[in-house]
Design a protein around this ligand. Structure first.
Ligand SMILES: Cc1cc2nc3c(=O)[nH]c(=O)nc-3n(C[C@H](O)[C@H](O)[C@H](O)COP(=O)(O)OP(=O)(O)OC[C@H]3O[C@@H](n4cnc5c(N)ncnc54)[C@H](O)[C@@H]3O)c2cc1C
Length: 386
């Protein structure tokens, strides 16, 4: 792809902003269009697996990541809802490097990536929610809900699990509800006893009862609000959004308090005192015929939804951004899109199939599949992107 072409990126989450930086390193100009009216401190936290960390290092962001994240302790301990220990074991590493995953706030990683994008002069436009797109023989045009439009040589859909870009490309591919819901939360150590703090510093801790699981962990070395939790549960049918994602946060917190009414231990205290709650329902994207169509390709959650306990959503998004940028640097866009999909789709499908949906089977965690998309790190001159 030549350097005078311009790429439109729809979605200013981790995938979209990382893509713009990787493209810039590959000598390709891009602009990011984000639907939110302004940069938002949203979500709780996630883990970045070794491949993801290495990609961030290759973008010059390793030190900032290290200063704002906490290494995953590598051990997990299960308790019942009344604080009785059920099991404790070492988690198998997600790849052979032996490097631990790191836990980091979503907003912190996004801040780090946006800082790098700004340093590179990459423009990120807010309040630009994609409405539709139109492909021509030489270009693609994005139409936004505010009535404006933008035209580029290519368009990358990085607009998350409910991607409008994906629906435009593949209108018949549906999102299937996984009969699973999750709430991401952030809290502080103030509600924990000294013993509980010490435990969570040393191990990932899961409390569980009747299909409800709550994972507690640390996600920042120094911030006052540096504890994160992930609650997962099951439901037979999709919960109406008005009763969950769109419910006022105080009402949602009251619903959660009822769920934990007979629990002892730190969970009810942590949930009751957490300011930020992010409720999500989990979906699987139906089989996609390809990860691109014409001049448009998909990356991140727009092309492969993960479940929160996989700890792979961010890393997969970073791998997509790096690999697609490398392919676009080497090839014309048709070949680049072909190799991007051919190289990644089979591996990603296989790993996501193998990961359990919930923490409901402790034994399945013991046979956690090893995953690391092979990235050639050997050629580390600047032109190689790494
Ligand atoms: C608000 C929010 C909070 C989250 N919190 C957590 C969390 O606490 N823990 C966790 O494990 N995962 C969380 N996730 C999911 C996690 O960020 C992703 O799994 C992972 O980072 C891959 O990111 P992505 O960029 O592909 O997708 P996303 O993070 O979903 O980003 C997609 C971006 O596209 C934007 N967008 C959507 N539709 C349009 C449109 N039509 N036009 C323009 N822009 C659009 C969205 O506003 C969003 O900024 C969260 C996602 C979001 C959006």
């Amino acid at each position: 792809m030549s350097s005078d072409e311009h790429v439109l990126i729809i979605g200013g989450g981790i995938a979209g902003v990382a893509m713009s930086i990787c493209l810039d390193k590959a000598g390709i100009h891009s602009t990011v269009y984000e639907g939110y009216p302004h940069h938002k401190h949203a979500g709780a936290s996630f883990v970045v697996a070794p491949n993801g960390q290495r990609i961030l290092q290759s973008l010059g962001l390793g030190a900032e990541l290290a200063a704002n994240s906490v290494p995953d302790p590598g051990r997990i301990r299960f308790f019942s809802s009344i604080d009785e220990e059920i099991a404790s074991f070492h988690l198998p590493p997600q790849n052979a490097t032996g490097t631990p995953d790191v836990c980091v706030e979503r907003a912190e990683l996004l801040r780090i990536l946006l800082g790098e994008a700004a340093r590179r002069g990459i423009q990120v436009h807010y309040g630009k929610r994609l409405f539709s797109l139109e492909q021509g023989p030489q270009s693609v045009t994005a139409h936004f809900e505010d009535g404006s439009q933008a035209t580029g040589s290519l368009l990358i859909g990085a607009d998350g699990a409910k991607s409008r870009v994906r629906s435009a490309l593949f209108p018949h591919v549906q999102l299937q509800h996984k009969k699973t819901w999750a709430v991401y939360g952030k809290g502080s150590a103030d509600c924990l006893t000294a013993e509980e703090r010490e435990l969570i510093e040393k191990e990932l801790v899961v409390y569980e009862k009747d299909g409800l699981n709550v994972l507690l962990y640390q996600d920042h070395p120094t911030k006052p609000e540096n504890y994160a939790w992930l609650l997962t549960g099951k439901t037979e049918r999709k919960i109406p959004s008005k009763n969950f994602e769109h419910k006022p946060k105080d009402e949602l917190r009251a619903d959660l308090a009822k769920l934990f009414a007979d629990w002892t231990g730190p969970v009810p205290r942590m949930v009751a005192t957490s300011r930020a709650l992010t409720p999500v329902q989990l979906f699987r994207i139906g089989r996609l015929p390809s990860w691109s169509s014409g001049r448009v390709a998909l990356i991140g959650d727009a092309v492969h939804t993960t479940n929160p306990i996989s700890g792979l959503g961010v890393t997969l998004a970073l791998e997509d951004a790096l690999h697609l940028s490398r392919m676009l640097r080497e090839h014309d866009y048709q070949d680049a899109f072909f190799y991007y999909c051919a190289d990644r789709q089979p591996q990603v499908d296989e790993i996501l199939e193998a990961i359990p949906d919930l923490f409901d089977s402790i034994t399945s965690l013991l046979s956690w599949p090893e995953y690391a998309f092979p990235i050639d790190w050997s050629a580390n001159d600047d032109a190689s992107l790494v």
